[in-house]
Design a protein around this ligand. Sequence first.
Ligand SMILES: NC(=O)C1=CN([C@@H]2O[C@H](COP(=O)(O)OP(=O)(O)OC[C@H]3O[C@@H](n4cnc5c(N)ncnc54)[C@H](OP(=O)(O)O)[C@@H]3O)[C@@H](O)[C@H]2O)C=CC1
Ligand SMILES: [Mg+2]
Length: 431
Amino acid sequence: MYQSPRRLCSALLQRDAPGLRRLPAPGLRRRSPPPAIVPRPASPRLLAAVSAASGAARSCSRTACSMGNGTSRLYSALAKTLTSSAASQHPEYLVSPDPEHLEPIDPKELLEECRAVLHTRPPRYQRDFVDLRTDCPSSHPPIRVMQWNILAQALGEGKDNFVQCPVEALRWEERKCLILEEILAYQPDILCLQEVDHYFDTFHPLLSRLGYQGTFFPKPWSPCLDVEHNNGPDGCALFFLQNRFKLVNSANIRLTAMTLKTNQVAIAQTLECKESGRQFCIAVTHLKARTGWERFRSAQGCDLLQNLQNITQGAKIPLIVCGDFNAEPTEEVYKHFASSSLNLNSAYKLLSPDGQSEPPYTTWKIRTSGECRHTLDYIWYSKHALSVRSALDLLTEEQIGPNRLPSFNYPSDHLSLVCDFSFNEEPGGSL
Ligand SMILES: NC(=O)C1=CN([C@@H]2O[C@H](COP(=O)(O)OP(=O)(O)OC[C@H]3O[C@@H](n4cnc5c(N)ncnc54)[C@H](OP(=O)(O)O)[C@@H]3O)[C@@H](O)[C@H]2O)C=CC1
Ligand SMILES: [Mg+2]
């Protein structure tokens, strides 16, 4: 398909520039009103990629506008994932390309490709980072963490029954680009995903080329496998930028409930920051869904906490836990996390006026049973060792719209949560 330069440019203008933080209008936020646009300092890895590719980007600005001829190296990277997903009867999810042999991608060019694919879609929603800075100074760049249940393609098309969402809005070729656009717009250092059923054919190859190291742990009996033309099991995935962190250890955990093995999983990794030398543990999970399973979730949460106690050597190593807990804050599993000896706080509470309330929703959809608006997704962090410097605001009800999620504007029924963390001063005095 020929993409005219004018059309590509207008698509770019409609959407946010990557790496820019639009901060809230004065008076709308309770904390210090910032300037209108603040450039986000790109990580050294991304800066290196951008500068190395800048010559190529200049010379390829014409080819980027005429992607139909297939001469763009980056476009062919995205196109490759488009065609591989179409051949879903082949078990491509079993094939893991070796990232060492893949050329790096310039994130800006990939973003442009995504936006070109999405040119018929409405513009993406504007979300603002809220500055939550405490007085604690930090000499190191913050660690940006994204938590997101991206909605498994097989579940969205085959099981979830989003009755107000047109099937065209769920087409993988475009929904994939909306997911990538969200990731590229916020450029997380660490990405914690649930319901990933396109790891091997899409997210692993593309994110590897953006500098991430990835790990995938599928659910043992993924409900995706019941869907015709599925792309393999869904599971949790954890990605981190290799230029910022070194992997110290990694554990794939199949959660138990009252000693029984369950269908839910977690990944926990200990990472070392290359800038500061400080270590921390990052975990991702997706607990059992649906009402009636509250005690089961609670048991899974206890098992995860026990595993994390061991991995963090009894809370000695700072911890961040991201997940779709499938539990409102009133549930037992939430209370276990809030009162654990791991000393955790839930980052998104800090967006509330008193810092004590979770947001009113992190997922909002319409099923045959009616409207489902719930707070189920959380980013927990060690409150003594880490501070939340800022958090990405949620979409408003007006932005979400009357048909709720997913939609032509937003690819999942769950909103992404994004926080910037920094380490607190150690008792010894160093930052
Ligand atoms: N192939 C096999 O042999 C086996 C298959 N299975 C399949 O696995 C399923 C159970 O797996 P389990 O991991 O316990 O699944 P869960 O109950 O945890 O739910 C699986 C997914 O369904 C979504 N979901 C939640 N509520 C609804 C709803 N009302 N309608 C539709 N989807 C919903 C959840 O999304 P979210 O988290 O976003 O709410 C979640 O991703 C069974 O239904 C069966 O299909 C199970 C055992 C064996
Ligand atoms: Mg789901």
